[in-house]
Design a protein around this ligand. Structure first.
Ligand code: MN
Length: 323
């Protein structure tokens, strides 16, 4: 698993040239039979759960392309996660019923059951935000007997009830709570902002979740104070991190389904994520990337690539007991 310095130097061109070779997430080996993997990088090319913008199904392929330059050591943590655990690209969740949102959710759940049964910790690239819930349903049916904690980055509270003709649309934080997938007392939302069409959605989140932290809160309180609060709420139990890219300001992530101005800076987000080091992460997802509206420098895909390496490093440390 651990490469020598000479081997790393020799392979540098094919790890940094994102345009060369076969693209995989973070240029990790493809492991279709789940036999050689501790952390599984998975695409869910599905956007049938979002009513506004529906190009998120193109995200996994675009992230594979750009993140092929990110098979790197984690400089701030001082670790190389790829030396510590086996990280693989497991491919995309098959979607044979892609035009039926309820059946598509079942297909995603079936795939992730196999992932959890194989003892793999998933890091997922969506897809819209509806993909989070079948992943958590699969984890609940295979690995976790209790609702888990959730760190949810988003500009929206996503606490809408069933809507648009399906239970499996992209606003499932209320349903995820009602279904017992997440523990509201160990759930934190960060990055909430923007004018609202339905104020009741935010009221529900504020009344049920341990903390709803706005972009103004992060700016006014500072990231260190927010990290302290989140760590106290999450504690030692299992926690999932779900990152809707619209939590970021559109200057860092313009290619999102539901952009909101005046968002978190990338430095704030990086500080927060790094501040969660040592928490008991059982999975992560990054959702709502729409590649056709990214800018020519692929800034959104670059941001995602760096964030993926952050999540892999957090989980690698957790799995190897090194932090
Ligand atoms: Mn959102």
């Amino acid at each position: 698993m651990k490469k020598t310095l000479e081997e790393k130097t020799a392979s540098a061109p094919t790890t940094y040239w994102h345009w060369s070779g076969i693209p995989t997430f973070l240029r990790c080996p493809h492991d279709p039979d789940f036999k050689n993997t501790d952390i599984g990088l998975i695409g869910v090319p599905y956007s049938g759960g979002n009513s506004i913008e529906r190009m998120q199904y193109l995200a996994p392929r675009a992230v594979r392309n750009r993140s092929s330059a990110y098979h790197r050591a984690h400089r701030q943590f001082g670790i190389d996660p790829f030396d510590m655990v086996r990280v693989s690209d497991l491919g995309d969740a098959p979607l044979p019923h892609i035009l039926n949102p309820d059946k598509a959710a079942e297909d995603i759940e079936s795939f992730y059951k196999k992932v959890f049964e194989a003892g793999i910790t998933p890091v997922t690239i969506g897809g819209d935000h509806s993909v989070t819930w079948p992943i958590l349903r699969a984890s609940r049916k295979t690995k976790f007997s209790e609702p888990i904690g959730m760190i949810h980055f988003d500009s929206h509270t996503d606490a809408a009830p069933e809507g648009f003709g399906t239970r499996n649309h992209a606003a499932g934080f209320l349903l995820g709570t009602e279904d017992g997938l997440i523990d509201p007392k160990r759930t934190v939302q960060i990055g909430i902002r923007g004018h609202m069409a339905i104020l009741e959605m935010d009221d529900w989140a504020k009344n049920n979740f341990a903390a709803v932290i706005s972009t103004d809160d992060v700016a006014n309180r500072g990231t260190a104070d927010v990290i302290k609060q989140v760590r106290e709420i999450i504690g030692n139990g299992p926690v999932y991190i779900s990152f809707d890219l619209d939590a970021l300001d559109p200057s860092y992530a313009p290619a999102v389904a539901d952009p909101e101005v005046n968002g978190l800076t990338l430095r704030e987000v990086t500080n927060l994520i790094h501040g969660f080091r040592g928490l008991n992460f059982m999975g992560a997802d990054i959702v709502c990337y729409c590649p056709p509206i990214d800018n020519p420098s692929q800034i959104t895909a670059l941001t995602i690539s760096s964030m993926m390496l952050d999540f892999v490093s957090l989980i690698a440390e957790n799995l190897s007991g090194k932090k």
